[in-house]
Ligand binder design. Sequence first.
Ligand code: LLP
Length: 440
Amino acid sequence: MIAKRFSGCQTEIARVQCADVTIATAGFTRDAAAGLSCSGVPLDTIIARVGTPAYVYSAALIRQAWRRLDRAFAPVPHALHYALKANSTLALLRLLRAEGACADANSAGEIEVALRAGFTPDQIVFTGVGKSDSELRRAVSLGVHAINAESPGEIDRIEAIARDAGTRARVAVRVNPDIDAGTHHHISTGRRHDKFGVPIELAPALYRDMARKPALVLVGVHVHVGSQITDLAPLRRAAESVVGLARALRAEGIALEHVDLGGGLGIPYDDSPVATIEQYAHALVPIVRSSGVTLLLEPGRVVVGAAGVLVAAVVDIKASGDRTFVVLDAGMTELLRPALYGAYHRIEAVRPRAGARRRYEVVGPLCESSDVVGRDRELPPLEVGDLVAILDAGAYGSAMSFTYNRRPLAAEVLVEDDGWRVIRRRSTVDDLLALEVDGE
Ligand code: LLP
């Protein structure tokens, strides 16, 4: 078993080397005897204990992605603020914190979860297009590392809150550089007509104005042009535009501590080419090095995306016209991405049956025709009760799940080198009803 094979590594250095050696084998592997496994643990062994649907994460793959990122950006002073929105299950946050991660929170809720995971306020940046006064008050009073401000109006509110509290708020301005990230339009955030940030040409005057306000500490400039970006050109252009802004501000006497280039690097969900972590760093490092300031990044998907699968069971199979529907016990409530973006996730049988492969419409159990997991997929023959794994579901899977049709939230499992454990139990109807007041 893979986990056993490397369990003899003793020292920290040896452990890191082991992580490198296992790049091809850590995480999800398949063999004839065990079917699909996670770091040596057959998925059906886990499911026999926790049931379906369940998310299964590989700690080894998360650490591996994290270390690759950290190593790739080593040539410049940097801090990696993991974007909690991708997946903020506490056990994963604690794992990442132990790896040296900082945090990017997008709501007061994510700030509190980051604190509970052990992040300190100075390790947290607070981003988000609609921060309420109470969220800003919390961030200001905690003294987070930076509030990435989205508008002149928000900056006024931050300034008033900090002044009233007799403190100073650390602020970066999120600029909108009018760059098309070339990704799905739902997750493009850097074009003029997207709701995010301050048009970059307005930023110099805004910074001059902010510099006159003693309750504000101008710490950085922030940009995030989108997510699941596969081509580096837009990320390079975004970096050049904010580094140019930081340089121009310094020439005016406004010296920033950092440029925050957000997240956005994609992962290969299918066979289309995607820039690697190393190519990403290779593109950005020279631009940032020339600025002389610290680089902040807010990676999410690239850290956890490939490290998680959603395991579901086949609950029904039926023919309709020329289609055969395979109905799973997981759908858009567990993994919204296919329904919301038409996103593609590979689907694999956990223990493939012998026989000719067939074409299936793989759908969820919800009362919505958009509740499709994969259209027209060629798979080994499936039968009711079989398990399938929906791959690359670690990012924006569990984090975007919901309880429509009074469905419970799926269980989550983390597989470590030395075994596996439930990190979130499946919710119950009592959990679902816990907030309701019906007068009885
Ligand atoms: N920073 C900011 C300000 C962001 O808005 C995001 C993602 C990130 C960082 C992390 O981006 P990443 O490295 O994960 O691409 N639900 C969509 C993705 C939405 C991304 C929103 N912002 C999906 O399932 O594809």
